[in-house]
Design a protein around this ligand. Structure first.
Ligand code: CDP
Ligand code: MG
Length: 135
């Protein structure tokens, strides 16, 4: 049974700054995801705080929001068969040190906070996150 999904991807400031945008997009394309919409933007700390609200009780929340708003990011809608879990697989584990070979975070991530990409983790969050940036 086919299940085409959409998910939200963000290329984070560390990767945009190091000019890795095209290399990261290639990872999605070679794994059969298509890029339906994309834009390069910079968000405010308040917007980052809204986007990452699920993490508001975490010790890293303030640092995370400062970081995501610290420079340009590329936000994209990715589409494909089981796109949400496929994208998470292409990204690799949150901590680049624990990510599998060939994943974006393993190849390009610097640290657990500067880990180059964000990807939605569920159908509900994918819908919310796409609406946050593209509605
Ligand atoms: O991004 P992912 O869904 O893999 O991880 P998360 O647990 O939802 O955490 C969101 C983001 O917070 C991560 O991508 C990291 O950038 C950051 N984080 C951090 O800075 N320090 C931690 N101990 C855990 C997460
Ligand atoms: Mg997450």
């Amino acid at each position: 049974m086919s299940s085409i999904e959409q998910t939200l991807s963000i290329i984070k400031p560390d990767a945009v700054e190091r000019k890795l945008t095209e290399k990261i997009k290639e990872k999605f394309l070679e794994n059969k995801l298509t890029i339906k919409n994309q834009k390069k933007i910079q968000i405010s700390k308040e917007e980052a705080a809204e986007f990452y609200k699920v993490h508001q009780t975490k010790p890293f929340y303030d640092r995370l929001c400062s970081y995501l708003s610290s420079g340009p990011i590329v936000v994209m809608i990715l589409e494909g068969e089981k796109a949400i879990t496929l994208n998470r697989k292409i990204m690799g584990a949150t901590d680049p040190k624990k990510a599998d070979d060939g994943t974006i975070r393993k190849e390009f991530g610097i640290s657990i906070d500067k880990n180059s990409v964000h990807g939605s983790d569920s159908t509900g969050n994918a819908k919310k996150e796409i609406e946050f940036f593209f509605k």
